[in-house]
Design a binder for this molecule. Structure first.
Ligand code: FAD
Length: 303
């Protein structure tokens, strides 16, 4: 099942969930508990990020294969070009197809260690995500996603250049883009407008971090690459030492952001889960994104 078809054919806005590969057995148990807790909510898809090293990469590959075979979820594997020859990338992509993973998020990735360090391609590898999109397309009937950056990728000279390469990457054969974290709906909507103005009609999906702790706020600021608006810090920072109050206010902030995005016709919200399910389940419930298959059959509804 293709992610783009799931989104296109949904009878209302939907959501997806992102996990990272577990580091050890205890982590793996937590991951799988969360996957099982989210499965009945029927997300459009679930994805697992692709790490920088061998063990973490094996974790992505084995766990996404297990999602494909042991669950009702639609799996999407992230894949990066970091330290891979084209032959290795072909192998990984072929393996995904063999285990039933037909959705891939194609990324260039960052240099290991320092994300802003010099990008040195593998001597037999790829330099940009656009090339990976082409390679995946060449190898089979995959649904391909790419990343997008509401404030521009940190290496982009300006927003026009950023949009130019994003649109090229989409036109190379991607079906949709998932946006990096951002603070206000308008930041995402401006990205969507830039892509549409360039004549590109690929789905643009917002990435959403449930702001449950000061750590998730710090992570959001770091990943966004932008300065947070004052109103956000004023709402959350005073609550930094009160975990319950922070979580309540953080989830209110995110609910308001999501409501605004849905009102603007966004078809799908992509939640970063940190391998936990509770905050995502709460948000999905508040936003009314529960899948129809969760509702009781009509005959039972009045019982
Ligand atoms: P690219 O699209 O290749 O762009 C990189 C830079 O090069 C940009 O500045 C772009 O404008 C420029 N550029 C692109 N094409 C050209 C060209 N032809 N000529 C000149 N310049 C060009 N990282 C991981 O390691 N694992 C993950 O699982 C992962 N998942 C992610 C999921 C999402 C939704 C997002 C937003 C990011 C994710 N990342 C992940 C991080 C990502 O790998 C980094 O942000 C990386 O720096 C950029 O990757 P990209 O695919 O956007 O690169």
């Amino acid at each position: 099942r293709r992610v783009s078809d799931r989104i296109r054919n949904a009878d209302g806005p939907t959501f997806s969930v992102e996990f990272f590969p577990p580091r050890d057995e205890a982590d793996e148990a937590i991951l799988w508990r969360s996957i099982r807790e989210l499965e009945p909510l029927d997300p459009a898809y679930m994805s697992i990020t692709y790490g920088a090293g061998g063990k973490s990469r094996d974790g992505t590959i084995s766990n996404i294969a297990r999602v494909a075979t042991d669950t009702t979820l639609v799996p999407m594997a992230h894949l990066t070009a970091v330290d891979h020859s084209v032959a290795e990338l072909r192998n990984v992509i072929g393996h995904f197809a063999a285990v039933g993973v037909h959705n891939i998020l194609a990324l260039r990735g960052d240099p290991p260690g320092d994300p802003m360090g010099e990008w040195i391609p593998h001597p037999d590898g790829l330099t940009y995500a656009e090339e990976l999109v082409r390679l995946i397309r060449e190898l089979g009937d995959f649904c391909v996603g790419v990343s997008a950056f509401p404030y521009g990728h940190p290496r982009s000279a300006d927003l026009d250049t950023d949009t130019h390469y994003l649109v090229r990457k989409l036109r190379a054969g991607a079906d949709f883009a998932i946006a990096q974290l951002f603070f206000e709906a308008e930041d995402f909507l401006r990205l969507r407008d830039r892509v549409a103005a360039a004549g590109c009609d690929a789905f643009m999906l917002p990435g959403i971090m449930p702001l449950t702790t000061p750590r998730t706020l710090r992570k959001t600021i770091e990943l966004s690459g932008a300065t947070p608006p004052r109103w956000l810090l004023e709402r959350l920072e005073p609550l930094a030492d009160d975990p319950k109050a922070f979580r309540a206010e953080g989830l209110d902030v995110v609910t308001e952001l999501c409501q605004r995005l849905l009102a603007e016709g966004v078809p799908e919200l992509h939640f970063y889960t940190f391998n936990r399910s509770k905050a995502t389940r709460e948000l999905v419930d508040r936003l009314g994104l529960r899948s129809r298959s969760e509702e009781p059959p009509l005959a039972l509804a009045g019982a």
